[in-house]
Design a protein around this ligand. Structure first.
Ligand code: NAP
Ligand code: MG
Length: 502
């Protein structure tokens, strides 16, 4: 349990202390219930390496109950609610998240290690933005009439919800990943079972309570905390679930696709990335380099879109390395509740071991660790802190260049020509995002067309908007979150033929 004044961290608010000391329950059919087995698991504050609280570990019986509730809500209250009323309750949920933004950010910060101010400035507005954007779609799900060539036939289409959706989300943006899935699914008329990641279950529990307060009918949103191999697996196998909307690792995504094929579920996968951030010498190199540091070190590099592979035109290489290193050294590691913290811990000791393994192997193979490359010391030693790290001299085949590290580790490599750059940037098995920095408009568009990625940012990085689709190419997955495409994946089209011959 969290102390009132945990070692090195400011006190959490009374509301958070009360929440953490309460008994957490699953949300099934509008009721907060203990898991059927009574089994729980702990969630940690990774900045202190201390237990925060325990949550239920949902088992097959709980999954069955949640699916039954979601199926009856689908055919019942949610389908019967007028589209304009559905829009109103989604808007109300957005308002309630905004009302509680500071508290939610505090809980999420403790659970994930991410600075509270970053959550309040980024995660909460993205979550709220998704709910408001998709609330607008509830009243706009129009079908069409089709001029078929058969005589005396009226042919029209209906856009219908696909069914019960299992939303399975990772630990790096728990609240907003949940809303990126819940908002379009509910707008489409689907009902949802949300399974948050084991490391960060708390904001999902809060979201479930707020959904009820907003007037979302019982059973429309169910929340099951639990581990992936039990709760997640049971959802993916369940014949009553129509769609899996997944964000997470490539390995689990592929496993889910294989498992879901047995019941022919719809699947969408938002997976990892190894995103090239490309600086041409004709750009505003200083701004590009400063932004590149933010693109990798934001949330300690634990971001699917992290610009983890910085590629710089030879002439600008030294200038970029100097500026990125200077930015890295300015970052202030610390507890997420400290206002001055700009770099929180990694999510767990396992993640730290993995990240450090990449850096250690780099050292052994002669790659230059220009800055960082060690875990936090002193009062940071009990948390999973890792210094912002910059590597130069890596080859394209080295693990640090090919693999998603998911930590504050940046490789900077030089490129010679446009063609060299495109070939090397596209050599990755991933294709999530890319950044391009240049003042040459022709070069910018040519590179945007040539780079294999679901999103390309030109002279900017990490821009997100509920109206703009997000999702990867290649091994980064398929199916977009956000935007019109993010809605379509929760809808199926029915064709109706009406004979009006007299
Ligand atoms: P993960 O290990 O794949 O877990 C993601 C979710 O899947 C968790 O809720 C996990 O539960 C669950 N899960 C695990 N095994 C499962 C199974 N057999 N059946 C069903 N569900 C299962 O990913 P992570 O480590 O939490 O997140 C990091 C990864 O997410 C990175 O690769 C990152 O790039 C990716 N990501 C992608 C995007 C994007 O938009 N493309 C955004 C954010 C993150 P447990 O927590 O209990 O294991
Ligand atoms: Mg935690």
């Amino acid at each position: 349990m969290l102390d009132q004044s945990p070692n090195g961290a400011p006190s959490a608010s009374d509301r958070t202390i009360d929440f953490l000391s309460s008994t957490h329950k699953l949300l099934i059919d509008g009721n907060e219930v203990h898991g059927a087995s009574g089994e729980t698991f702990e969630t940690y504050d990774p900045a202190l390496g201390k237990t925060l609280t325990s949550v239920p570990n949902a088992k097959q019986t709980d999954v069955d109950a949640a699916v039954t509730a979601a199926r009856s809500a689908l055919a019942g209250p949610w389908q019967k609610m007028a589209p304009s009323d559905r829009a109103q309750v989604l808007m109300r949920l957005a308002d309630l998240i905004e009302r509680d933004a500071s508290w939610i950010s505090e809980v999420e910060s403790l659970d994930s290690g991410k600075p509270k101010l970053h959550i309040a400035a980024v995660d909460v507005p993205l979550a709220v933005g998704a709910l408001r954007y998709y609330a607008g779609w509830c009243t706009k799900l129009a079908g069409e009439t089709i001029p078929a060539s058969s005589p005396d036939m009226l042919v029209y289409t209906r856009r219908e919800p696909i069914g019960v959706v299992a939303a399975i989300v990772p630990w790096n943006f728990p609240l907003c990943q949940a809303c990126f899935k819940i908002a379009p699914a509910l707008a489409a008329g689907c009902t949802v079972i949300l399974k948050p990641a084991e490391q960060t279950p708390l904001s999902a529990l809060i979201l479930g309570k707020l959904a009820l307060e907003a007037g979302i009918p019982p059973g429309v949103l169910n929340v099951l905390t639990g581990d992936g191999t039990t709760t997640g697996q049971a959802l993916v196998e369940h014949p009553g679930v129509a769609k899996i909307s997944f964000t997470g690792s490539e390995e689990v995504g592929k496993h889910i696709a294989r498992t879901a094929s047995k019941t022919l579920k719809h699947v969408s996968l938002e997976l990892g990335g190894k995103n090239p951030n490309i600086i041409f010498a004709d750009s505003d190199v200083d701004t590009a380099a400063a932004t590149a540091a933010g693109a990798i070190f934001f949330y300690t590099g634990q971001v699917c879109s992290a610009g983890s592979r910085l590629m710089v035109e030879e002439k600008a290489f030294d200038q970029v390395v100097d500026r990125v290193v200077a930015e890295a050294r300015k970052l202030k590691m610390g507890h997420g509740l400290h206002e001055e913290t700009t770099l929180g811990p990694l999510i767990s000791e396992d993640q730290l071991e993995r990240v450090n393994g990449f850096v250690e192997r780099s050292r052994e193979t002669g790659i230059d660790v220009v800055t960082g490359g060690r875990r936090g010391k002193g009062e940071l030693a009990s948390g999973s802190f890792y210094e912002p790290t910059v590597l130069t001299g890596a080859r394209d085949t080295d693990g640090v260049v090919t693999d998603e590290i998911f930590g504050p580790v940046l490789t900077i490599q030089a490129f010679e020509s446009f063609d060299d750059l495109v070939k090397r940037a596209n050599a990755s098995s991933f294709g999530l995002a890319a950044g391009i920095w240049t003042h040459d408009i022709a070069k910018a568009h040519a590179a945007a067309a040539a780079i294999q990625a679901g999103t390309v940012w030109v002279n900017t990085y990490n821009q997100f908007d509920a109206a703009v689709g997000w999702g990867g190419f290649k091994q980064s997955g398929y199916g977009k979150d956000n935007g019109r495409e993010g809605l379509d994946k929760y809808l199926q089209t029915k064709t109706v033929w009406v004979n009006y011959a007299r």
